[in-house]
Design a binder for this molecule. Structure first.
Ligand SMILES: Nc1ncnc2c1ncn2[C@@H]1O[C@H](COP(=O)(O)OP(=O)(O)OP(=O)(O)O)[C@@H](O)[C@H]1O
Length: 263
């Protein structure tokens, strides 16, 4: 379980996150939604330990990070347990796809790579459907293929907490569903705390066990999609009129009607 207590974070003197508190249960997919620039990436990077907090605390098991620099044991726990996949998967490094995936297991790699590491990396590439790209240079892949390679790297880490920032933004429909199905399977079978940023409201409603709606750095709503997604919430969050339908499982399906004119 991860506990966020009254998180505050500022960048260049501007408050980005404030008063953010929630509990993230394991074995569940927590989807973060919200307008552009509202603090979703900032929240994930803060959780990953990339950005310092101005106040509040993030607790993972017996370890907590607050505004003070974390101690060695806390850093070790974070390094071991958290895997973060950034929104931007572009890279200048000249490594093969297989090497990038192996790097997910950096903590366990010695001076020589053994066959088991390579075999595991190949398995992860197979699981995301790009084993055939293992020998290609990472820089030569398409945006979507690169996203799948970096997701394979996250799987290679075998984390306890998986933080994925818009992991399907460059993927076609089939690959979006394949990747999110894999996220769900890993989350359930390994009892992970999984946090995923998505912009697609219908994918969010389909895959989220818990939705976190972030508006201007604060939690505007949270809960199961079927309980919290209403036309009023989406109108106030995005300034878009919508109809809410229901799918076969009774989950919301969002049909946008019209956006308010830009101010
Ligand atoms: N390095 C920085 N210095 C100052 N402000 C920053 C910096 N990086 C991001 N911000 C600001 O922090 C706010 C939140 O940014 P963030 O990237 O977390 O938004 P987001 O919700 O992930 O947006 P998007 O949906 O567009 O990816 C934005 O107003 C952004 O301009």
């Amino acid at each position: 379980m991860i506990q966020l207590d009254n998180l505050a974070l500022a960048r260049s003197g501007r408050t980005i996150l404030h008063g953010l508190s929630t509990t993230l249960e394991p074995g569940a997919i927590h989807v973060v939604l919200g307008p552009n620039g509202t603090g979703k990436t900032t929240l994930l990077r803060a959780m990953a330990g990339d950005l310092p907090l101005a106040g509040g605390a993030i607790t993972h098991g017996e370890h907590s990070r607050g505004a003070q620099s974390p101690g060695r044991r806390v850093l070790e726990a974070w390094r071991r347990d958290f895997a973060y996949m950034p929104q931007d998967c572009s890279t200048e490094v000249s490594l093969s796809v297989l090497e990038v995936v192996v790097l997910g297991n950096l903590g366990q790699i010695g001076l020589r790579l053994d066959d088991e590491q390579l075999q595991r990396a190949m398995e992860k590439l197979s699981q995301v459907g790009i084993a055939h790209l293992a020998g290609r240079s990472i820089g030569s892949l398409s945006g979507g293929q690169r996203q799948m390679a970096f997701f394979a790297q996250v799987l290679m880490r075998e984390p306890k907490v998986m933080l994925l920032d818009e992991p399907v933004s460059a993927l076609d429909l089939r690959h979006q569903i394949a990747l999110l199905d894999r996220v769900r399977q890993e989350t359930r079978s390994r009892n992970l705390v999984t946090v995923v940023v998505l912009h697609d409201l219908n994918l969010a409603c389909q895959y989220a066990d818990n939705l976190l709606v972030l508006v201007e750095g604060q939690l505007a709503a949270s809960g199961h999609p079927g309980e919290i997604v209403t036309a009023e919430l989406l109108q106030s969050t995005y300034g878009v009129a919508v109809d809410i339908l229901k799918d076969r499982q009774g989950r919301p399906v969002v049909q946008p009607l019209s956006a308010q004119a830009f101010a």
